[in-house]
Structures are given as C-alpha cells and as structure tokens.
Write a protein that binds this ligand. Structure first.
Ligand code: 5GP
Ligand code: MN
Length: 329
C-alpha cells in the first residue's frame, strides 16, 4: 500500500490487510493515549483480528481501571518479536513510540491515527485530523464508519480520552461534536462522574507532596508572560513520587492571571529535561517545542532537552519570551 491520503477508508483498507496488529501510543501515555489504545483493542476484537498492545511506559495507575489495560505490554515482555503491521495512536511523529520501534519488522507498515498539529503523515495509512480534540474522537468516527458496536468497554475508553484531552470538557477543543459524542457515550452507560472522580479528583499523598515542592519553584519571567516550575529527580525521590504524578501541575503556571505560557520542566530518568508547555490564547507552543525537536498542539506541547535542568529552563523561557515579543511582527 502506498501513501495515498488521509481518510477512514485508508484505515479500513489497512485493517483488512493483516490478521495481527501491534497497537501503540506515545511514551508517557495520557488518558487519550491509553484510551485510544484500548478503544482500538475493542475495534480489533469486533473485527475478529488478533493484536498485541504495547507502550514504552507503564500504564499510569489512574488509568488501570480501563478495561483491557492489563493487556498493555512493556517492551521487555515482547523482546525478540517483530511486527509487520503497526497501528500508532496519538503519535505526532514516528519516533513518539520511543523504543517500541525496536519491535518493527523491516519494511513495517504503519497506520497513523492522530490529532496533533505537527503530524507529518508518516504512515502508509493515515487518518489525521488536527481539528479533533482527541485521538479517541477519531476512533469514535472509525467505530461508526466500520458499523461496529459501541460496547460499554469501547465507550468507556473513548469517553476517558475525550475527558482528559479536553481538560474535563473545558478547553477550546471542546466542540459541539465532542459533546455530542460524550452525550452518546453517557447514554450507552459510561459512568462519567465515576471516571472523573477516579482520574481527575483523586490524588495520592505523593502527588500532593510533589505539587507542593513544584510550587515552591514557581518563577515569573520579566515580562510576566511566562511562568514556570521545575522538578528534579531528587524532588521526586524525596516525595516518593513518579513522573506520572506531575500530570496537570503545569496548569497552575499557565493559569496565573496575565500569564500566556506556563511551563513545567522535569528531569527524566536518563538525566534529560522534559518540558511541558501550555499556552493561554496567542502563542503556538507546538511551534516553540518544534524548535527543540518536540511537538504537540498549539495550546499544549512538549519537548526534551539534553542539558541540566536550570540551563534548559532558562533557554526555553528565553525562546518563549522572544516569541511573545515577536508575536505581532
Ligand atoms: P505533555 O506536555 O503533557 O507531555 O504533552 C503535551 C502535548 O504535546 C501532548 O499532546 C503530547 O503528545 C505532545 N508532546 C509532548 N512531548 C512531545 C515531544 O517530545 N514530541 C512531540 N512530537 N510531541 C510531544
Ligand atoms: Mn491526544
């Protein structure tokens, strides 16, 4: 199959081409990554296909209630195996799967379903809609297109991805279509309030300790348009917290009155620095993240830097400050 375009028909054709698929989403998976991996599991089951689900990272604790999440394998469970047909979900580029790419057979065929504005249509089959709020929104359309059933399992996974990628139906990506889908999923029986309580309103002690520590590092740039936080490995260790426990903390920085961009810098296990950028209304942070070989969406993006925490922070903050100053030029 050669690269033709960007449509659900392409996806359908790809799914007809093989009986077994490797399904993977991006490293450090969020609700949309896990939700879409598991919604795709439901789709493949209904199609009578077999599948292997994998992610470079562990499934975060708060998503382990999702049906099928215990089937998502880590790389070492699959060592030595090779897959000819791969479905990547919520991945803006081919490298976002991380080390899972080691499982790709030579000449691998990739099906790319995603909603990131920086997506470069890297698959042989692509369904990318950058207007969509979440990758699960695209899987909802796929279920309809293939005339499959919205089982409670599929519905729960899609709802969770919609809820997390729209910040609980608050961000500007909360379109009428998102709410129509969510309404239909609730009608099917998805326990919306229960999911929100589990995923968004329940914190561990470690999560609050690391939040406390992160907030102590809060800084504001000279223009007062950029606010940032930083968390070191030592901080995580002191609080007995994991990188997953940092999810959402960047919103405290972005939410400061008058601030345009909030950033969270965290030291990764391999001593690099992961930056999470969130903008309020004007700056396209995906473009900024791309300057550091990252990507994402206009309002939420990320990148990784290979330098000490403080240096990475000051370099990125400067670039954002300059982007703010140059915004109307
Ligand atoms: P987060 O800051 O929560 O990790 O990511 C925010 C958004 O940017 C997500 O949609 C995520 O997929 C994307 N993103 C984060 N880091 C990277 C990166 O290094 N490369 C690309 N292409 N996208 C990223
Ligand atoms: Mn997403």
């Amino acid at each position: 199959m050669s690269k033709t375009g960007n449509s659900l028909a392409e996806i359908q054709k790809f799914l007809q081409e093989s009986d077994h698929f490797l399904v993977v989403a991006h490293v450090n998976p969020d609700g949309d990554a896990i939700g879409s991996t598991l919604a795709m599991r439901g789709i493949l089951r209904q199609l009578g296909k077999s599948y292997t689900l994998v992610n470079e990272s562990y499934v975060p604790e708060r998503f382990r209630f999702l049906p099928g999440s215990n089937e998502i394998r880590l790389l070492h469970d699959l060592s030595g195996r090779q897959f000819s047909h791969v479905i990547t979900l919520d991945c803006g580029d081919r490298l976002r799967v991380g080390d899972v790419a080691e499982l790709y057979a030579p000449g691998v065929k990739i099906c790319n379903i995603d909603h990131h504005s920086t997506n470069d249509l890297f698959g042989v089959a692509n369904y990318v809609d950058i207007e969509a709020a979440a990758t699960v929104e695209l899987l909802y359309r796929l279920v309809e297109y293939l005339e499959l059933e919205f089982t409670l399992e599929i519905a729960t996974c899609i709802y969770t991805g919609l809820m997390t990628d729209t910040g609980s139906f608050k961000y500007p990506n909360t379109t009428p279509e998102v709410l129509r889908q969510a309404a239909r999923l609730l009608e099917i029986g998805v326990p919306g309030a229960q999911i929100a309580d589990r995923v968004l309103m329940t914190n561990t002690f470690a999560q609050l300790k690391i939040l406390q520590k992160a907030l102590e590092t809060l800084q504001l740039s000279p223009s007062k348009k950029v606010a940032w936080l930083q968390v070191s490995r030592q901080d995580l260790q002191d609080c007995e917290a994991t990188e997953d426990d940092l999810e959402g903390i960047v919103n405290y920085a972005r939410g400061i009155e008058g601030v345009e961009v909030g950033i969270m810098f965290r030291e990764t296990r391999d001593r690099k620095v992961k930056a999470s950028l969130r903008s309020r209304s004007e700056l396209d942070v995906a473009k900024i993240a791309q300057q550091f070989h990252g990507g994402g969406h206009a309002r939420a993006a990320g990148c990784t830097l290979d330098e000490p925490l403080a240096e990475a922070a000051s370099r990125v903050v400067k670039v954002v400050e300059n982007a703010w100053e140059d915004r109307s030029k």
